[in-house]
Design a protein around this ligand. Sequence first.
Ligand SMILES: NC(=O)c1ccc[n+]([C@@H]2O[C@H](COP(=O)([O-])OP(=O)(O)OC[C@H]3O[C@@H](n4cnc5c(N)ncnc54)[C@H](OP(=O)(O)O)[C@@H]3O)[C@@H](O)[C@H]2O)c1
Length: 277
Amino acid sequence: MKLNIESKIVLNNGVEIPVLGLGTLHAHGESVQNAIIWALETGYRHIDTAKAYRNEREVGIGVKRSGLPRDEVFITTKLWNDDHGYDNTLAAIDQSLKNLGVDFVDLYLVHWPMSGRRVETWKAMETILAAGKARAIGVSNFTIQHIEELLAETEVIPAVNQIEFTPYLYQKELQEYCEGKGIKIEAWSPLTSTVKLKDPKLVTIAAKYGRSPAQILIRWSLQQEAIVIPKSVHKERIIENAQVFDFTITREDMDQLNGFHEDLRTSGWDPYSDKFK
Ligand SMILES: NC(=O)c1ccc[n+]([C@@H]2O[C@H](COP(=O)([O-])OP(=O)(O)OC[C@H]3O[C@@H](n4cnc5c(N)ncnc54)[C@H](OP(=O)(O)O)[C@@H]3O)[C@@H](O)[C@H]2O)c1
């Protein structure tokens, strides 16, 4: 199917998520509000935030200032690591809803697979889903082992696993595993947090298509059937990052991009480390 800026992916509970979202890490104040307004004017309908970004309040204001009805904007936020545990998780969603100034989020994610409390935390996520405070629940930075644990001990299959996913961190095994379980992949830091935007291999492919390296990386995510959430606070880049629906990367060039894999993690922790055992 041909994708466009309005394209959505159906999650495992029937909720639809726009394939393109705006990331908001490190974006604050007027800057994040404006970014959201520009993104929504451009046609984005999906905003990704987290309690840890300390910008939920401004994200909520940005969405309201856009004038779009609440149900036309897909909002994701995330449970921070200090808030794990059953009761803490229930309190954390209420705080996030209050910060955002909304009655529900579209997607609530467990931000990182904290040791020892994952099952109890996920049971609270199920309660949040049942209460209608989130239309869908998912995880972030979970490995196959972390997901297996949830599947064995809880009821609701996560709708999404939001992971760092780029040609330079092509997590094919995890992608295939999630696909097999009906869990959609969301690609964070899809622009490699800028680290690889000048990589000559990438620049060469971009030149061939007359596109920017950022556009090639976003298009790669989409052709991997991932949901993708590039972040920018600049209007021209927000527009550029959405101009990815009028070209297709050939199979041959996708294979070449897949070959860029070098296990590159640009920010955040390694979920395979002891911290997350
Ligand atoms: N679940 C998790 O653990 C997790 C972890 C990290 C991120 N995330 C989410 O994923 C989103 C995206 O990841 P990210 O923010 O880490 O990195 P990213 O989207 O890969 O890169 C963002 C950086 O690229 C710059 N940029 C944006 N568009 C550009 C373009 N067209 N050309 C050149 N530079 C461009 C941005 O600068 P300007 O803003 O100055 O334009 C910013 O410095 C986050 O914002 C957050 O919502 C989730």
